[in-house]
Design a protein around this ligand. Sequence first.
Ligand code: SF4
Length: 402
Amino acid sequence: MSKRVALYVHIPFCETKCPYCDFNTYARIESLMPAYIKSLRREITQWGAMLGRPKVHTVFFGGGTPSYLPSEDFVAVLSEIHQAFQVESDAEITLEANPGDFDKAKLTAYLEAGANRLSIGVQSLDDRLLSLLGRRHDAAQAVSAYRLAREAGFENVSVDLMYGLPHQTLDDWTATVERAAALEPEHLSMYCLTLEKGTPMEQWVKAGTMPEPDGDLAADMYVVAEEKMEALGYRHYEISNWAKQGLESRHNLAYWRNDAYLGVGPGAHSYLNGMRFANLRPPKEYVRLMESASTSKAVGVLDEAAVRSVRVVDSVEVIGRRLEMAETMMMGLRLDTGVGEEAFARRFGSAMEKAYGPEMAELTQDGLVERADGALRLTARGRLLGNRVFSRFFAETADSTA
Ligand code: SF4
């Protein structure tokens, strides 16, 4: 059983649904909130009991829009987590928030309950692009929300931005990066827009009413972000993330290091004891099943049967050794530190060279990865062509668990 876990808490509510978003999140289901919070607390209690109240080193409230919840609900859920798990005294506790959804009283309640990191969905500081993204805030509101978080006392704030948008020019992007960096957040995440299947934005592009995002321009935007952030002293510690030294997202580092995590709430994913599993996605169904769930006892070993006994778990995949190796490479290569050769050997009892000699040689020759400081990591070119690199480690994993 994993000794310590990163805990993800899914909040599936948003005031409106952004046209590019395919997350498991919904608008106009607010009436479900009270029952949802009850069910979520129940699932937290259930997992805490089953796992024998393990240590938790990070808690991440994501969604959805956690800041859309009444603050009492956030406080109640966090208090349940403290009862069900041993939350380490220096645990990172993050909450995602959208400008316009919170005021000072809410922020104070979050801080008093123990939240110590706020991740604000700014996305752009260009009003025209914010409206194209269907966001409910404008640039001035985003800046005010950021300042409010500072005034309330948040000392660790992350800002999310998006690039590669239809109608976005290199100048628009440069101005947004400069204005966001001028706020001096501890952390910035910058994501390229992906046209997700079935979203309104994908339909608009298909129908020709919105231009297709330009991939080459998006790559230029990425390079601009890299240059600006480096000049400002941020560490580009993951493909899409920059942080001031020591203020990397500890929660996301658990994902990138392929460490144990538990997700609660509809559609949440977990990775525990060599199994990846996911809860069913519809919030109403989640509530219905959790309402009739029985209480759980500690399990000696968390095996597939134990995971499947949780009523809201919808799918379980047992991760074989070869797949775990490939996932460790894929996730770890996203980090600037790459995958340490010693850590790899410790985890798998086999040298990286032995497991991936031909892949490493080929990718090195193509200038996509390099070996340095006892680790394999992406080059600058490799960061732009990450998917090409990652796919090399997945050949032959489908039927091999050796
Ligand atoms: S606020 Fe975030 S989670 Fe909600 S719909 Fe928009 S992008 Fe999706």
